[in-house]
Design a protein around this ligand. Structure first.
Ligand code: H53
Length: 833
């Protein structure tokens, strides 16, 4: 309030308020101004990169004008806001998205052309913002797009990692990780050096009493680190709403401690402290669906939760409302268990700092939080060691014990004498060392818990969280099936298809109401439309073939069937099944006569994805794919009938080229292991068919597009447990076709077989946990059907169109509206000009 301009001067101010460009000419003026002044370049010294920076700055100005207005409007309106806490926001590039969302891409295209640049070259200068690993981080990014598009007052909170997900290079077939230093030249963030929060770690807790004899807990003598806010504007599509993504960066606190050290001449150690503080937000942990229990990771989590909550509480306190109204003003969504400490921090703020009674505080907390679970994989479930937490966050550990005590007392009252149940549901696992089970803490501290696809949510209720369903009843648990934003994943990634659909449907309304796609079904038999549809797919395949050429050196035939599997490399996602299938195909072709070969449908098997640096088996899979590629791609017996490609450094901007170019894509996780999957949705939305297991959202995709338009195979989730049991206790029988594949590998056909022995042994000798052998036969059979059906292009295209027509359900707009209604209870804020 003190910083605001006095009422009588505001008119003068408003007269000079910045305004947005709305035409090509104005854009050009802004562009040249930024290049000449902000960037200090000139027409004698302006390459694509400078043109990118200038264009980005011009668009950034537009966004920030809307950002300011949106924030003012939301503050004045003072309604409930949503805060999405996520350790990952896998945003990708921002410029193209900004151009499309504010509706000025054509102005920019023409303006750049006038000044000597091609818009595509300019856009491709941008470095991806890769602050995420995979599906979970990309989902958060799609959510932000939908929240803004639907005009919800919403903020994202995350960490401003100096290094995003590593860049992947393939050297001699091996994955090599290169640090991704992405912050030089990032025009999309606004440092807020005035928005800082001091965060404490370590130290001790002292118990005292205040004047009234009330017990107080003082957390003292810790180490202080400063959080500095960096804001990233998030434009909605076709709306003036521009929301905020606030990312925290860590810095040494400028408090007295450091000065004492500096003054005492202990310069080096003061600098070391500085660096240690900066380490907190230095690097994104490169694990997807895998938790390693590292202290620095826990530090990141608390640092980010504490800063975000301080910020949220500060904003709430400005409204001068009573604490009891907090849940009417604030909804906080926990993206997985990573931000679970926010629950504990909130309780600490209310009880230790704001002096509320425990029960009242806890009521506020549980009404405020919602928790999304994304996986049932045991290795992904977070547990933190009690001694580690005791040392780093002594007061929080006390509060966790207190929460647990009250919870267990509640359970005991409702289920007397069930000692086993108490042990099972306790937040503290009685192991050595004891562990804090973060998922249980998240359930207990939230009013709603959701899974991300129907099967996944059902599995949560019947397995992982079964006891909690008994304890709290079924209403706390719900499902919200994932989606993707059609703006980025159709309109931006596949502009030609978006334009064709718009032509048929009479406009681009489907981009904000994806169910309108169903009108396409009327054109399935329209020959001209089908021809245009197929031509777009072909051109997208040519575009991908170019990317393949640039990144691998291989030339592929765009007329071949493009078969794509791009996602994180993980045993449960079963890229090994795919590459074994490829080897099987290779061996089959090798055994054919010239006559038989004529009937083979040429195929390009395309892989992409990163392995966690410490995940040996995943790296072995990458190695095998590349070694198979080396052999197959130069085998004259095979020629164009089969090519194997590993696209290095799969990321969001590559996905935008890959998704529109698949004929078939693979979503083949062991049934019951994939939470949802979201690339399945992206591929179908772009007219690719999919081969998949009955897992995650594949099941709901099938329900929408019908069984005729998807190639399903493999065992069902309900049979997995029994099969695993049999592998261990019965006789393990390797599938005979898979045995031939293994023989080929063992004959050193793809280089020294010793490199791959762990992979084959995990199946033959160690119980085949992921059921590769059990599913192999039906996988091969499904691919045979794919080959057969691909030859009937007329039918294939009809399937492609019919599938796209029925994808309306999978927009994150639907997803966000469901969260808003059933979990957050927030309303959109209508925008007037
Ligand atoms: O989250 C996606 C799901 C996908 C699931 C993924 C995920 C991560 O990327 C990381 C950790 C985690 O627990 C889950 O694997 O199935 O589609 C978004 O919900």
């Amino acid at each position: 309030v003190e910083a605001s301009i006095p009422e009588q001067l505001r008119e003068a101010w408003r007269k000079h308020s910045a305004s947005e460009f709305t035409s090509k000419e104005q854009f050009e003026k802004e562009l040249v101004r930024h290049i000449e002044t902000t960037l200090a370049r000139s027409l004698y010294n302006c390459d694509d990169n400078a043109a990118y920076s200038g264009t980005a700055l011009a668009f950034r100005d537009r966004l920030i004008i809307e950002w300011n207005r949106t924030q003012q409007r939301q503050t004045f309106n003072d309604q409930k806001r949503v805060y999405y806490l996520s350790l990952e926001f896998l945003m990708g590039r921002a410029l193209d998205n900004a151009m499309l969302n504010v509706g000025q891409k054509e102005a920019a295209r023409d303006g750049l052309k006038d000044l000597g640049f091609r818009i595509e070259d300019v856009i491709s200068q941008e470095h991806d913002a890769a602050l995420g690993n995979g599906g979970l981080g990309r989902l958060a990014a799609c959510f932000l797009d939908s929240l803004a598009t639907l005009n919800y007052p919403a903020w994202g909170y995350g960490l401003r990692y100096r290094y995003g997900i590593f860049k992947q290079e393939i050297i001699d077939g091996y994955q090599v990780e290169i640090p991704d230093y992405w912050l030089d030249n990032n025009p999309w963030e606004f440092p807020r050096h005035d928005v800082t929060v001091d965060i404490q770690f370590y130290g001790t807790v002292r118990k005292t009493q205040d004047q009234n004899g009330k017990v107080q807990h003082l957390w003292e003598n810790g180490e202080i680190v400063q959080a500095v806010a960096y804001d990233v504007p998030i434009p909605g599509y076709g709306t003036k709403t521009t929301n905020n993504l606030r990312l925290w960066s860590s810095k040494a606190s400028t408090g007295e401690f450091d000065f004492q050290k500096f003054n005492a001449g202990d310069y080096e150690s003061a600098v070391a402290d500085q660096q240690r503080a900066e380490t907190i937000s230095a690097v994104l942990y490169p694990n997807d669906n895998l938790e390693r229990g590292k202290e620095l990771r826990l530090k990141q989590q608390y640092f980010w939760c504490a800063a975000s909550l301080f910020d949220i509480v500060r904003r709430f306190k400005k409204t001068k409302r009573a604490w009891s109204e907090f849940p009417d003003q604030v909804a906080i969504q926990l993206n997985d268990t990573h931000p679970t400490l926010a629950i504990v921090e909130m309780q600490r703020i209310l009880v230790d700092i704001e002096d509320l009674e425990w029960d009242e505080a806890w009521r506020i907390v549980t009404k405020t939080f919602g928790y999304t679970n994304h996986t049932v994989l045991p290795e992904a479930l977070e547990k933190w060691s009690v001694p580690l937490m005791q040392n780093l966050l002594p007061r929080h550990l006390q509060i966790i014990y207190e929460i647990n005590l009250f919870f267990l007392q509640y359970v005991e009252r409702n289920f007397p004498n069930d000692r086993d149940l108490l042990t099972r549901v306790s937040i503290i696992e009685e192991s050595h060392p004891k562990m804090v089970r973060m998922a249980y803490l998240a359930i207990i501290g939230s009013h709603k818990v959701n899974g991300v696809a129907e099967l996944h949510s059902d599995l949560l209720k019947t397995t992982l969280f079964k006891d909690f369903v008994e304890i709290y009843g079924p209403d706390r648990f719900t499902n919200v099936t994932n989606g993707v934003t059609p703006r980025r994943w159709l309109h931006q990634a596949n502009p030609e298809l978006s334009a064709l659909i718009a032509k048929k449907l009479g406009g681009h309304e489907f981009l904000t109401d994806l169910t309108l796609l169903d009108k396409l079904e009327a054109f399935v038999d329209d020959k001209e439309f089908r021809t245009e549809w197929a031509a777009i797919k072909s051109r997208n395949k040519v575009r991908l073939a170019q990317l393949i050429k640039e990144t691998t050196g291989y030339t592929v035939n765009p007329d071949a069937l493009f078969d794509v599997q791009v996602k994180r490399i993980h045993e449960y996602k079963r890229q090994q099944l795919n590459i074994f299938g490829v080897i099987h195909r290779y061996l089959t072709i090798k055994g054919m006569s010239a006559e038989e070969k004529k009937k083979v449908v040429p195929r390009v098997s395309i892989f992409g994805g990163k392995a966690a640096p410490g995940y040996w088996m995943a790296k072995t899979i990458i190695h095998l794919i590349n070694k198979v590629a080396d052999v197959v791609n130069k085998d004259p017996d095979v020629g164009d009938l089969l090519k194997v490609i590993f696209i290095p450094d799969y990321n969001v901007s590559k996905a935008e080229v890959i998704c529109p170019a698949s004929d078939i894509s693979e979503h083949i996780s062991t049934a019951g292991t994939e939470g949802s999957g979201t690339s399945n949705m992206k591929f179908v939305l772009n007219g690719g068919l999919i081969i998949g297991t009955c897992d995650g959202a594949n099941i709901e995709i099938t329900r929408e597009i019908s069984e005729q338009n998807i190639f399903l195979f493999g065992n069902l989730a309900e049979d997995v447990e029994e099969l695993r049991h049999r592998h261990f206790y019965g006789e393990f029988q390797l599938d005979p076709q898979l045995a031939k594949v293994f023989d080929a590998i063992k004959s050193n056909m793809f280089g020294d077989a010793a490199h791959f022995s762990a992979l084959t042994a995990s199946i033959e000798e160690h119980g085949d946990y992921y059921l590769v052998s059990d599913d192999f036969n039906s996988y091969i059979a499904a691919h045979a059907v794919v080959d057969q059906e691909f030859q009937n292009q007329k039918e294939w295209i009809a399937k492609s169109i019919a599938s796209v027509a029925r994808m309306g359900f999978f927009s994150t707009d639907r997803v966000i509206n469901e969260y808003a209604d059933s979990i957050w209870n927030v309303e959109p804020l209508a925008v007037k000009d």
